[in-house]
Design a protein around this ligand. Structure first.
Ligand code: PGA
Length: 251
């Protein structure tokens, strides 16, 4: 049985003080959640949020990391620095990293392998653009992003990985994929994981949906057999929207 996993990606929002105050509010509402709950503040707020969440069940995530451990990489943040702050999860391959900052599958794969080597859990994001969807390439795009992003990842390491399906056209646009559309892509993802690893490994994998998830659409998404969680952007920034998402009622 896959445990629902609700994650908030705060992107480039909140100062350290704002983030810590918000984390404290989330902690009082969600600390004993039966679901897995994670928040990913910006790098500059990780320390403050780590302190606010210390000893709670809410996981601390980072939104990105460097593909190298250390060295001359101006502006980058190392896996070792994240671990030092108590980060346990890192989001990799987010569409904003792929499409705005030009990250390739090869770079994402190097990051995935480095994170896993250091014992971080990974949320690997995949998803097609509107153009790719309209050209009928959804399955091909997500299958290839999965195969390349997971290259070099062993079956044992796969247990540290969660996949997030985020259709690019649904991110921050208010357009959510219907639960049926999302579920059918999640099924393709699970089948690809079965082909790359095994059916039992694929059945155990948590696959999150991301893209305009809100309190009023989370239950419908989570009712689908292949949707196991959500990676939430805009609606993760306020307690009145993230708390109900993270406490959705199971159908
Ligand atoms: P959104 O972002 O919920 O604002 O659409 C999702 C994401 O980018 O993870």
């Amino acid at each position: 049985m896959r445990k629902p996993y609700l994650a908030g990606n705060w992107k480039m929002h909140k100062t350290a003080a704002e983030a810590a105050a918000f984390a404290a509010e989330l902690r009082s509402a969600l600390d004993r959640s039966p679901y897995t709950v994670m928040v990913a503040p910006p790098f500059t707020a990780l320390q403050a949020v780590a302190e606010a969440l210390s000893g709670s069940s809410i996981l601390l995530g980072a939104q990105n990391m460097c593909s190298e451990e250390s060295g001359a990489h101006t502006g980058e943040v190392s896996v070792l620095m994240l671990k030092d702050l108590g980060v346990s999860v890192v989001i990799l391959g987010h569409s904003e990293r792929r499409h705005t900052y030009g990250e390739t599958d090869e770079l994402i794969s190097a990051k995935v392998q480095l994170a896993l080597k250091h014992g971080l859990n990974v949320i690997l994001c995949v998803g097609e653009t509107l153009e790719e969807r309209e050209a009928g390439h959804v399955n091909h795009v997500v299958e290839s992003q999965l195969e390349l992003g997971l290259s070099g990842v062993s079956a044992a390491q796969l247990q540290q990985v969660v996949i997030a399906y985020e259709p690019v056209w649904a991110i921050g646009t208010g357009k959510t994929a219907t639960p049926e559309d999302a579920d059918s892509v999640h099924e393709v993802i699970r089948a690809k994981l079965a082909a790359l690893y095994s059916k039992s490994a694929a059945d155990a994998m948590v696959i999150q949906y991301g893209g305009s998830v809100k309190p009023d659409n989370i239950a419908g998404l989570m009712a689908k057999p292949n949707i196991d969680g959500a990676l939430v952007g805009g609606a993760s920034l306020k307690p009145e929207s993230f708390i109900p998402i993270a406490q959705f009622d199971r159908a």
